[in-house]
Design a protein around this ligand. Sequence first.
Ligand code: CTP
Ligand code: A1H0Z
Length: 436
Amino acid sequence: MDTSCESSGRPTHPAGFFADESDLSERFPGHDSIDFPVAVVLPAGGSGERMGLATPKQFCTVFNRPLISYTIQAFERISWIENIVVVVAKESLHLMMDIIHKFCHKKVKVLLGGSSRHRSIFNGLQAFGEMPDGKSLRKPKVVIIHDAVRPFVEEDFLLRITIAAKEQGASGAIRPLVSTVIATTSEGYIDHSLERAKYRASEMPQGFVYDIIYQAYQQCSESDFEFGTECLHLALQYCGTNAKLIEGPPALWKVTYKKDLFAAESVIKDFLSQACVITTVCAESAELAHRFQKSLGARSMQVDVISGSFGNNQPLVSKTWNFIHITANIACLAEISRTVKTLHEAGQALLYPAVLILVHFSVLPHSSLTERMGQLGAIRHLAMEAKHRNILLYAILLNHNENAEQWEETVESASEITTALVKDRNPALAGQLLVA
Ligand SMILES: Nc1ccn([C@@H]2O[C@H](COP(=O)(O)OP(=O)(O)OP(=O)(O)O)[C@@H](O)[C@H]2O)c(=O)n1
Ligand SMILES: O=P(O)(O)OC[C@@H](O)[C@@H](O)[C@@H](O)CO
């Protein structure tokens, strides 16, 4: 089934998680040598038994977004990848279509999987031949096969896999073994152990000249289909193609057990919390902003400070998912409401939850904290509305202190709270008035 979704202002990917395309050609000169069609097959038809949850792991969510959506995004943002074929179980078909629509995924065709991973992959490969609906996709020169439950894959590694597949016929990601592999007897005793240095773990992505892997699957035995787990082996056994093996980064791991889901959430949290933008509206808030910038910088956060709202500054809005607004204006909720609208209209909270933090300080000596909390109480309602747009709105109140040391401590405390809110993105705290 084909899908399409027009969406305005899809966020670009920040540097750091995915390699920024601008530096690819420096890091990997082959970037502009993809002058042949490349497609991807994402097997996603499994049941995830080892995860031990009712929902198949590819549809388990991180920040209210299914794992498979992160994987699809990793490929759809790459300009030289023409088509993405996702292969799902029949009972997941509608859910998959909903995900594609909700997150405005592009270049995606959904096909039905089979009773085993190899059967699902073979079904996916047939998207490039004659299809019953007549909507076949252009046959790629190279096809990348990648488990849908490996969401963290970077463009420069995909480039290496693709070019190696074009040159060698097949290529695959490998990782060093973490544990030693031993052979066991039928009674459950050790028979012998393998010399770990001679072996590697076979991971994904893998790349193949399309005709090679397609012919290999056409020759597969029932046993291969039922019990096999290695596409590279099929290319070797049935087509005599010896895959080029390329050591990949640790982030290529396959989400298999529940611990892997927690690990995936931590990777995404870390990626989201690397940068923030601070907006200020007056000289006092600018002074405080620079104190924040220094303090957050010391917590490894990249901070941009701009005076006034960021308005239609799309590059700035699409650079991060964390926004801090510093003001002494007690009627500041209108400013916050405008910022929520800007972020929503820019699509910046479509794929990841955005964090918006109001930092309100009072320059009036002995201003009543209770009074300020009362005046800002409407933020709760604003936060509820923002949450429906995947924007988490928090507020931190500071009491300006004439005593320089105490003021420094207050700012440090506010920076610590800000860092925690950005890193954790806990929806339960949205709309709360926190006091530094
Ligand atoms: N019949 C199958 C079985 C698996 N897969 C996919 O192949 C990838 C890797 O397989 P695996 O980690 O084994 O997934 P599951 O089979 O779902 O996991 P489990 O073995 O724990 O049930 C996953 O994206 C899975 O959805 C598939 O497309 N079709
Ligand atoms: O064996 P499973 O079906 O759990 O997962 C598939 C993995 O084996 C596979 O992704 C890599 O080993 C590379 O072939």
